[in-house]
Unconditional design. Structure first.
Length: 312
């Protein structure tokens, strides 16, 4: 966890409880890191501007109120000796957060999985999904309905002996997952899930299909064991899960998370192929659509966000 030294936590200062901030403060204190707490004031809609008299003054009053509330939220954390600053941002929440990341070089964004006013169905809100796909740095989405404790951590890895970039990201995922579990004195699990092909292998004779699955599983186990050797783990251990799932790896990982009652999944968010910075990988999308736990999403070192700072 020591890799995070400049943490941004996004809150809704109107709420009474801030579970994401609780965890971010603990993390900042543990890492001796800087912490910036932000809230976002959206632009007024054209209808509101049309209907409200003195709409600019109303926005200014609301902005000042939010700034005061941010200071109130920050004071107890500052009293713990954590270096804390606050900032009120303006505009669309996800882009305002990402612009702040670009301006201030944050290495982690912490936020609840879904805001109180999200219009998106499901466990993760629209802002969370945009951050997962496009945020320039790692994103930690914390469940908003419980105290943020991570006693069961699952690291989702995808060994690739001949892909250095992916192996570096796998190592980051492992190191973070293991350190979080140790910090929380919890359980640490590792999963590698795979799918044979398109899902339609009807052209293969049943014996051929069985033999192909067996060989691919052996190769996957060997690659996984080679990657896990420095951690003194193997696919034969109870805490390591090598899963074959013809629906897809995302389905396998999410089902395992439910079975193990996982509190936090640590995973990468970029596909093996495709346009860097455009979308999450298929596996990550499938996992996010199916789970109801916290997520720490890691970006590769060469990730370039499609979001850029607006011209001033």
């Amino acid at each position: 966890m020591k890799r995070f030294q400049n943490i941004l936590v996004a809150v809704d200062s109107r709420q009474d409880k801030h579970p994401a901030l609780q965890w971010a403060a603990r993390l900042a204190e543990h890492n001796q890191a800087k912490l910036r707490i932000v809230d976002v004031l959206p632009d007024l809609s054209w209808i509101a501007k049309l209907v409200l008299t003195d709409s600019e003054k109303s926005q200014e009053a609301l902005a000042e109120q939010k700034r005061r509330m941010l200071q109130t939220v920050a004071e107890p954390i500052r009293a713990q000796g954590v270096e804390v600053t606050t900032e009120l941002l303006f505009g669309k929440t996800s882009f305002a957060i990402m612009h702040e990341v670009l301006r201030s070089g944050h290495d982690l964004v912490v936020r609840v999985t879904k805001g109180a006013h999200s219009g998106r169905t499901g466990f993760f809100g629209t802002t969370s999904m945009r951050l997962l796909r496009k945020c320039p740095c790692a994103v930690w989405l914390v469940r908003g309905d419980t105290e943020p404790r991570f006693s069961r951590v699952l690291a989702a890895v995808d060994p690739a002996p001949h892909d250095d970039a992916r192996e570096i990201m796998n190592k980051t995922i492992m190191d973070l997952g293991q350190s979080i579990a140790e910090y929380e004195k919890g359980q640490f699990h590792v999963v590698h899930a795979w799918k044979l092909g398109s899902g339609d292998e009807s052209w293969l004779h049943p014996d051929q299909l069985e033999e192909t699955v067996r060989k691919v599983k052996m190769e996957g186990a060997a690659a996984l064991d080679n990657f896990l050797a420095p951690y003194k783990l193997s696919h034969r251990g109870d805490s390591v899960h090598l899963l074959h799932d013809e629906i897809g790896p995302g389905h396998a990982i999410s089902e395992l998370a439910k079975k193990q009652d996982v509190d936090l999944i640590v995973m990468g968010t970029i596909a093996r192929t495709g346009v860097v910075g455009a979308l999450m990988g298929n596996t990550a999308e499938q996992v996010i659509d199916r789970i109801e736990c916290s997520v720490l999403a890691v970006k590769p070192d060469d990730f370039v966000s499609p979001v850029t700072l607006p011209d001033v």
